[in-house]
Write a protein that binds this ligand. Structure first.
Ligand SMILES: Nc1ncnc2c1ncn2[C@@H]1O[C@H](COP(=O)(O)OP(=O)(O)O)[C@@H](O)[C@H]1O
Ligand SMILES: [Mg+2]
Length: 286
């Protein structure tokens, strides 16, 4: 195929040998199949900032560590330098997430570097070597749906143990290779500890997966892995292999009514004493 402009520099530098085809375009990026290092890989090119949508929302940026204070200040001030840096930080976020998650044993495409705004990564393929389908492309038997759902929950737990919440997990961002689900599309991944929306995003991710797999195995619709996983994480008890029940009991932080009434009564008595003292003093003044 004709070489896309954005990939030409990589071709010139010999980082890729040829461009084979373009995969279905997603919301934020174009993904090409390229030949590199003697095998087929994927090259992800991010669309221009103005064509992108929600993922750059402030909600996702919060808590991202940026140790370069000049850069942080510039980003905050929205100078031209700041905007360029913001763009770069965004692009880097997916690369950082892929390296971190691959390291933590999460099933993600193996990253092969990030050059001129292009992310090179493993091409996920099915058993026949054909590019892997997305969950959205397949119809599942109930048993298969239950099995894949459990595997995706395990990946979500591993991601959280590595400090990240995907933030846009859906049937469009999970591929199926010969061994099961592979998680993709991570530029919006949020810092689990530093982002106030992390709990909400984790639950949304998990609930989206529940709704998808629940189409094929309806009993999954009654599960509540999202709150269970987050509660374990918050309690410092989440491990990559933590057993999960899929249920969640509201912690018994139930109010002790007798205790509460006693506190109110104490306050009332104190107030009555204060008033009585005032009345006495006024009477003394008169
Ligand atoms: N490593 C990969 N291997 C195979 N297909 C991929 C890979 N990465 C992306 N794709 C395909 O490209 C599509 C778009 O990629 P994605 O990372 O989801 O970007 P976005 O949805 O933001 O445009 C995916 O839905 C998937 O079909
Ligand atoms: Mg996507």
């Amino acid at each position: 195929m004709k070489v896309p402009k954005r990939l030409q520099p990589l071709l010139d530098d010999g980082l890729i040998e040829s461009v084979e085809s373009q995969l279905m375009s997603g919301k934020e990026a174009q993904v090409y199949v390229v030949r590199a290092g003697g095998e087929l890989r994927c090259a992800k090119v991010f669309k221009e900032a103005k064509q992108r949508s929600f993922k750059q929302a402030v909600q996702y940026q919060e808590g991202r560590k940026d140790r370069n204070s000049r850069r942080s200040r510039a980003m905050a001030k929205k100078t031209r330098y700041g905007q360029k840096e913001q763009e770069q930080a965004w692009l880097n976020a997916e690369v950082d997430a892929l390296y971190r998650l691959a390291e933590a044993g999460v099933r993600v495409p193996r990253p092969y570097g990030f050059v001129d705004g292009v992310l090179l990564m493993e091409r996920i393929a099915d058993a026949e070597g054909v590019v892997a389908p997305r969950l959205d492309d397949v119809v599942l038997e109930p048993d298969q749906a239950r099995d894949y759902h459990a595997q995706v929950m395990r990946e979500v737990v591993r991601m959280l143990c590595a400090g990240l919440v995907h933030g846009d997990l859906s049937e469009f961002n999970v591929l199926l290779d010969a061994h099961g689900p592979v998680i993709i599309d991570l530029p919006q991944a949020v810092d689990a500890a530093g982002n106030n929306s992390a709990a909400m995003l984790l639950r949304r991710d998990v609930d989206t997966m529940r709704a998808y797999f629940g189409r094929f195995a309806p009993e999954l619709l009654a599960s509540d892995y999202g709150r269970e996983i987050w509660a374990l994480y918050e309690a410092g008890e989440l491990h990559p292999d933590s057993p999960l029940s899929g249920t969640f009991e509201e912690a018994s932080q139930g109010v002790d009514v007798d205790e509460l009434l006693a506190v109110i009564e104490d306050a009332r008595e104190e107030e009555a004493e204060r008033l009585a003292a005032l009345v006495e003093r006024d009477a003394g003044d008169a």
